[in-house]
Design a protein around this ligand. Structure first.
Ligand SMILES: Nc1ncnc2c1ncn2[C@@H]1O[C@H](COP(=O)(O)OP(=O)(O)OP(=O)(O)O)[C@@H](O)[C@H]1O
Length: 317
């Protein structure tokens, strides 16, 4: 289950404004990947390109032999059936209760009977922990519950790829932890390919198998979590450790004067790499790797104290 997304040399501009160029990466099948980047670097534009809502100017996006960037509307319609999308606010219809919101894609895209629809909806409501809330209106529930309902709706057509746009927006740290745990538990159960766009450094450090970083109109790096968390590359290191020293400034890149002023400042040492979040039932996910395996296989010594239980969260410096 889960399919690979192979992106090659992708570029997108609006008018004269280049959003990003030469983006090349393979999002592995069945794994959880996170895309990070400062505000305005085009993370949402990237998600929209993946589902064919925005056409890139150059490059290809191959999914199961179809190039999303150049295929016909008919092919796009077919390929979109592989996707589930969770938008930032859950994108619920305000006048429909949660049951009808979650049932909506089934009523639109399948010929299932109402009793079959009820079974699927209740199964997905159960997966996201919302059984009992079917009759509630979106306006009557918390932001966290709305996201869960959006997730249930994204799951009803049994997607092979789940795209999730800023799941932590508007959520407190506890709700964010719960929803992160839900993603890991879901990935273990359905084995779909997950791509999560987020600003939350703690999510990026603990949840995914892979991390990507969009910065300054290009993809700075994409690879296994341990590769980025042990990277000395200044942009990656600054962003993933939420530091002020480094090339990223308040409004994207620092200018020459700012960089000159901090040239004698050392970047703080890399913090330990935390353990990756595991499924709550203790059964490993198919794509889960042993802690430290990537570092060991690549001859990298992880920062001291890495992969220990009960490590405190990164708070930056
Ligand atoms: N349809 C559009 N037409 C013109 N410009 C657009 C369009 N969509 C996005 N942009 C521009 O593309 C840039 C990247 O936007 P995007 O929303 O993808 O950034 P982001 O990285 O997701 O930001 P944030 O983290 O703040 O959500 C912005 O400058 C935005 O104004």
């Amino acid at each position: 289950m889960g399919v690979e997304i192979k992106v090659d040399n992708l570029s997108k501009s609006f008018g004269k404004q280049l959003i990003w160029g030469n983006v090349t990466l393979t999002i592995p099948a069945g794994e959880v990947s996170v895309m990070l980047g400062p505000s305005g670097t085009g993370k949402s534009v990237f998600l929209k390109a993946l589902i064919g809502l925005l056409k890139p100017d150059e490059g290809s996006i191959m999914i199961e032999g179809t190039d999303i960037a150049s295929c016909s509307e008919k092919e796009l319609y077919e390929i979109r059936k592989l996707f589930g999308v969770l938008f930032q606010d859950g994108a619920m219809f305000g006048s429909m209760n949660l049951f009808d919101n979650v049932a909506f894609p089934l009523r639109e895209h399948t010929k299932k009977s109402e009793s079959e629809i009820r079974d699927v909806v209740m199964e997905k409501m159960d997966l996201v922990g919302l059984v009992g809330a079917e009759d509630k209106l979106p306006g009557e529930i918390s932001g966290g519950m709305r996201k869960r309902a959006g997730l249930a709706r994204a799951l009803v057509l049994d997607p092979e790829i789940l795209l999730i746009d800023e799941p932590d927006s508007g959520l407190d740290p506890v709700r964010t932890s719960f929803i992160n745990q839900l993603f890991i538990d879901l990935n273990a159960q359905i084995d779909a390919t997950f791509l999560i766009v987020t600003h939350d450094i703690n999510t990026a450090r603990t949840v995914p198998d892979n991390i990507g970083l969009l910065y300054h109109r290009h993809l700075a790096m994409f690879g296994p979590r341990e590769m980025l968390l042990s990277s000395e590359e200044p942009v990656v290191r600054q962003f993933l450790n939420a530091q002020t020293v480094g090339p990223i400034g308040m409004s994207e890149e620092k200018d020459a004067d700012e960089l000159e002023a901090e040239k004698d400042l050392d970047m703080p040492p890399l913090p330990p790499i935390p353990l990756q979040l595991e499924p709550s039932n203790g059964m490993p996910r198919r794509s889960q790797r042993e802690p430290g395996a990537w570092c060991r296989d690549n001859g990298i010594t992880p920062p001291p104290g890495s992969f220990q239980e009960n490590m405190s969260m990164v708070t930056g410096g």
